[in-house]
Design a protein around this ligand. Sequence first.
Ligand code: AMP
Length: 446
Amino acid sequence: MSKKQPDHKEGGREEAKLQSPKGMRDLIGEEYYRYQGFFEKAAEVAIYYGFQPIETPMLESEALFYHGVGEHTDIIEKELYSLRTKGGDRLALRPEGTAPIMRAYFEHGLQSQPQPIMLYYHGPFFRHDNPQKGRYREFYQFGLEVLGSGKSITDALIIRLVNTILTEAGLPNLTVEINSIGDRDCRPIWKRELVNYYRKHVKEICADCRERLKDNPLRLLDCKQAKCQTLKAEAPSIISYLCTPCKQHFKEVLECLESMKITYTINNNLVRGLDYYSRTVFEISITFPESNGVSATPNGTSTAIAGGGRYDYLAKFLGSKKPVPAVGAAIGVDRVLAAPGIANLLPRLIKKPKIFFIQLGTEAKMKSLSVIEILRRSKVPIAHSLSKDSLSTQLGIAEKTNIPYAMILGQKEVIDNTVIIRDMRTHSQDVVDLTKLAEHLKSLKS
Ligand code: AMP
């Protein structure tokens, strides 16, 4: 189909653009399999660690995010896709997975089941940000949440799991940065000191930091502007303000990481901008030598590929009388798959075709759907072009698909109840009896 737009305007509507919206894209072909391969690998690791799957809707009530994530966070204030339905409801495309999962926890009465509840999810998330390399408006996350436990071992479990998934995906040079941002007893004292400190220097800070000082002072520590760096380095550090229980919690998490030999760096400027975080926050980045368009470090270029933390007050923000301590993380799948060194994780559920099926002559075409059914029952995925007749056309298509084997069913093979299996790389061929076909195909190298 030509990319030219249809030439008619109906009812004053805009012409349809044959192009996905800015910052959003189709996953198709090889790329689809790579995403699927990662999701399956990550889900497998999560399942072995005792997590259960959950899928929440793409749309939620807008209020869930206002109350859950916080009105003065970038992802709500600047980046939320919100809409009013024809029925008048205010909904929003989910910008993150944690608030919806907490909503689902209450909606399904999961607080009355044995705690903690451990869930994993994956899918698209939406933030109306400026698209650039590694930043999309629709992007994919794989997330993990442990709800109903305040114990430090669950923080370590989440970090361990994210680290294992990323390592299994073949990513080298991972850096785990961790911090504690305290709780409702100690954080306000630190926050007050931080605000006082920045107020004294208000003339020296950038315009964004002046906004942050008013709305979300913790985010002052996220500032990347050169002019704010010295001030930031000398700002009051949370670590000196942590109360005894928060200090103890943090110490336990770090001890757990050490016992698992997970190397970490404490970064007291790591706050992660969302209101719901308390105590542990962490981020995992990958460093690679050449520039990939993201912030450079002395050792190369570093990209944040996963982040998370504890969110003991989210349940209260959403109106629960009983606290539900919880911890979770999200992996940015688009960035993982763009990272150098990523393994080729082959999907097992949605498989790539291994065989290109070619049929020649009327009898063969008639028999072809029965042959495909034999293969389906034996779980051998195929590609074909049943609508074509000539051998050279079908072989030509098979060559283009890069599928390693072709299976040819001609007049003679129909009579003999056989097929020819052709290795597309070496061009060697074998005649195989249909009754032994599934067994034979399983023995072939991919
Ligand atoms: P967050 O939910 O902001 O903690 O993000 C967790 C991870 O998701 C980040 O470390 C990124 O890898 C990824 N991520 C967040 N926003 C985007 C985006 N707009 N485009 C692509 N990946 C993103």
